[in-house]
Design a protein around this ligand. Structure first.
Ligand code: CP
Length: 369
């Protein structure tokens, strides 16, 4: 079945496989949904008919509808820019897309005609592909720029590359790059909206949003939660973005890691700091493990993997220090047997790792929407 949502989902236009005509379903809060044929075979005409019907119906019933205007930001580059209300709004919007992503036909054309560039200057599986899936499900045209084939290799600066792409009138640039703060710089240079898909050790906003959505699916009230973030805190953009998002939602955060991986800047963040898993995991509802960011530890001594796992790797024994039914998370890619015990990572009764990936698509659809 073909379908399209309008007015924040209050109007659904759909065409059954055996019908030539677009049907409309108009749903107002606290009222039964009204279904009717638009009488049109053409989607654009059906949209006009449904919108006209909707506006006369909503003025008659005098019902105030929640609109999408709460979120007015153009770029998504730093979690610090988001208010609690905006974070909650993105999570609510994302929730709608969880069911959408389970449909047989996963397509609405709300971004039809829009052009989105995936600009990944660092490796990625989850983020790059989930943004691509998200853009395509919304009907946008997505272009993957492969760095190894780009003119950066001929000496062009990154900002020149961005200005070049900007001249093609894109709507959204999704950027991953090893330089901290580069997404912000790009957002100040181009006309398109910029989404930070990870900038060095700085921020990874959509990862933190998808982690928050995963947690929200298990616990409604963030204010009652204690969440441990463990491992390579110093080099982790995921840790920083999660600390900001989860604490804004009301959760208490413990960070745990080796002393040399606990930056001084943690003093400025609303967290409690621990160097021992036993102490830091006490009473935690969620244990979020981090990848050791080997690519950012160049020239420094890497810890021995066995010694690290013994002290900071999460296994069933260390998990016992947390609450009885605590859940385990990892943003991926994970190093099995270094950051997390392989069996525990695959234990669907405790591990939310695969759910995090699924929530990544829902969150990225909501952000593009
Ligand atoms: N979590 C995350 O950002 O994964 P990728 O590096 O695979 O995108």
């Amino acid at each position: 079945m073909n379908s399209k949502l309008l007015k924040s989902g209050h109007i659904k236009l759909y065409k059954r496989e055996n019908s030539k005509y677009w049907q409309m379903k108009v749903k107002m809060p606290k009222l039964k949904a009204i279904r009717s044929s638009t009488g049109s075979k053409i989607l654009k005409d059906a949209e006009k008919i449904a919108l006209k019907y909707y506006s006369s119906f909503s003025s008659k019933t005098n019902i105030k509808l929640r609109t999408k205007n709460i979120f007015k930001k153009i770029h998504l580059v730093e979690t610090a820019d988001l208010t609690k209300k905006e974070i909650e709004h993105i999570l609510d919007e994302s929730k709608k897309y969880i069911t959408f992503n389970k449909r047989k036909i996963k397509k609405i054309n709300i971004l039809e005609g829009r052009t989105i560039f995936n600009l990944f200057f660092e490796d990625s599986t989850r983020t790059r592909t989930s943004f691509e899936v998200a853009a395509k499900r919304l009907g946008a045209d997505l272009i993957n720029v492969v760095v190894k084939d780009s003119s950066i290799n001929k000496g062009e600066t990154l900002l020149d590359t961005m200005t070049t792409i900007n001249s093609m009138n894109p709507d959204v640039l999704i950027v991953r790059h090893p330089e901290e703060g580069i997404s912000k710089k790009i957002s100040e240079t181009v006309d398109a909206s910029v989404i930070n898909a990870g900038d060095g050790s700085h921020e990874h906003p959509t990862q933190a949003l998808l982690d928050a959505l995963t947690i929200k699916n298990k616990f409604e009230n963030f204010a009652k939660l204690k969440i441990a973030i463990c491992g390579d805190i110093l080099h982790s953009r995921v840790a920083r973005s999660n600390i900001i998002i989860l604490s804004k939602l009301g959760a208490k955060i413990n960070v745990i890691g080796p002393k040399e991986w606990l930056p001084k800047s943690l003093n400025k963040l609303p967290v409690k700091v621990y160097t021992e898993m036993k102490k830091g995991l006490q009473n935690c509802d969620i244990v979020m493990m981090l990848r050791i960011q080997k690519e950012r530890i160049v020239g420094k001594i890497m810890p021995n993997q066995k010694t690290y796992f013994k002290k900071y790797g999460l296994d069933y024994n260390k998990l016992k220090y947390a609450k009885k039914n605590a859940f385990v998370m990892h943003p991926g890619p994970m190093n099995r047997g270094v950051e997390i015990d392989s069996k525990l990572a695959d234990d669907v009764t405790r591990s939310l790792i695969q759910e995090q990936v699924a929530m990544g698509v829902a969150v990225r659809i909501a952000c593009l929407d």
